[in-house]
Design a protein around this ligand. Structure first.
Ligand code: SF4
Length: 367
């Protein structure tokens, strides 16, 4: 059985009827439980639970302190290439967008790596647009070989791979995978991924599990909030996380709440996701899966990110450039989307300290 079967179980399920059936008594009953089940989790994502965000925040805070302490891991992404063969309607790298395309030569990767290392980072996330032709596995491996000289943890955010290919990259030095399903609703998925390999919903959905079978150390999953009803999308993200946790208990799991941002091209069908909605999703995740980390990226504005810290955040990106070569190169490739929190690293470290937390640059080193 794959997680796809689990998603299929909810075909025809009437989420609105379920949400309408939730009472305040039910939420109060859930909030005194040590462990919540799937139905409880969905209830915590309901409109009725909005009244209980303060109580949920206290519970999520306690769970997070017990499992992660007050450490916030800082990492930064490095964009290797913005060539892409897909036509995701919500993304600046869409093959039909007339942006300046660039792929880093290996010498440029080294320069970029040095620039990031000198800032203090020891965990790096490398990204490419989804093009096997422009960024084949051999290229990723060559880049990893260089990056290993500088970083203790190398995460990838690239096109979905076969299990053997994940194994090959893990052997070369990759330890973490970030792979967002973007949208769990299969019909909406097909309507926003209109062509290219990414239009294969199930192949993408099963990719984190293929990486888990290949023995990846750490997995980061999530839905791009704004493409569908966020309550349903957060529910399936949580179920996906629970599925990974249950079947691959050794994996370090992180859930993300990326929200759609302005980008090259125009996508008109964005569903509203408020700050309050993001908070509710985060809290429900933490209460449902105690040992899942939470990642908040620079897609969100500075003040909001700072206020989220005590609610269970464990990882933050910083010094982000979504341009290829954005940390060092004079001739950059165009960016994927606009970030919101553009503070420098020192300001982010200061903000973390001001909230009573401490930043770390490293929590993993391969044997
Ligand atoms: S979301 Fe990914 S696959 Fe889609 S256009 Fe952007 S880079 Fe390409």
């Amino acid at each position: 059985m794959s997680f796809y079967e689990k998603v299929k179980d909810f075909n025809g399920f009437n989420f609105n009827n379920f949400f309408n059936s939730i009472t305040e008594e039910k939420i109060e009953h859930i909030l005194v439980k040590d462990r919540v089940n799937e139905e409880d989790f969905l209830s915590l994502l309901s409109p009725k639970a909005e009244k209980y965000l303060e109580e949920m925040a206290q519970i999520a805070h306690d769970i997070s302190i017990n499992n992660f302490g007050r450490a916030i891991l800082l990492y930064t992404p490095m964009y290797l290439s913005n060539y892409c063969v897909n036509k995701c309607l919500y993304c600046g790298y869409n093959v039909e967008n007339g942006i300046r395309r660039k792929k880093l030569a290996l010498g440029e990767v080294e320069v970029e790596a040095k620039a990031i290392y000198e800032m203090g980072y020891r965990h790096i996330l490398i990204l490419t647009g989804e093009s096997r032709k422009h960024s084949p596995i051999s290229y990723i491996k060559d880049c990893v070989k260089i990056l290993k000289k500088y970083f203790s943890s190398i995460a990838i955010e690239i096109y979905p791979l076969e299990e053997d290919e994940y194994r090959e990259l893990i052997c070369s030095g990759v330890d973490s995978l970030t792979l967002y399903q973007e949208v769990y609703d299969e019909d909406t998925y097909k309507s926003v991924h209109v062509a290219g390999a990414k239009s294969n919903y199930k192949y993408r959905l099963d990719a984190p599990e293929r990486a888990a079978k290949a023995k990846i150390h750490s997995l980061s999953i999530g839905a791009l909030l704004g493409l569908e009803d966020w309550r349903k999308e957060a529910f399936f993200t949580g179920l996906h996380g629970k599925y990974i946790e249950k079947n691959y208990p050794d994996i370090e799991l992180t859930l993300s709440t990326p929200r759609i941002r302005p980008h090259a091209g125009s996508f008109e069908y964005v569903r509203e996701v408020t700050d309050k909605n993001i908070v509710q999703a985060m809290l429900a995740y933490k209460i449902f899966i105690h040992r899942a980390g939470i990642n908040i990226t620079t897609r969100e504005r500075a003040e909001f990110r700072d206020n989220l810290l005590p609610l269970g955040v464990t990882k933050m990106s910083a010094s982000v450039s979504t341009e290829v070569g954005g940390h060092s190169n004079n001739e950059k490739g165009d960016k994927q989307f606009e970030i919101d929190d553009s503070r420098n690293l020192e300001d982010i470290k200061f903000a973390i300290k001001a909230k009573g937390y401490h930043h770390i640059f490293k929590d993993w080193e391969p044997i």
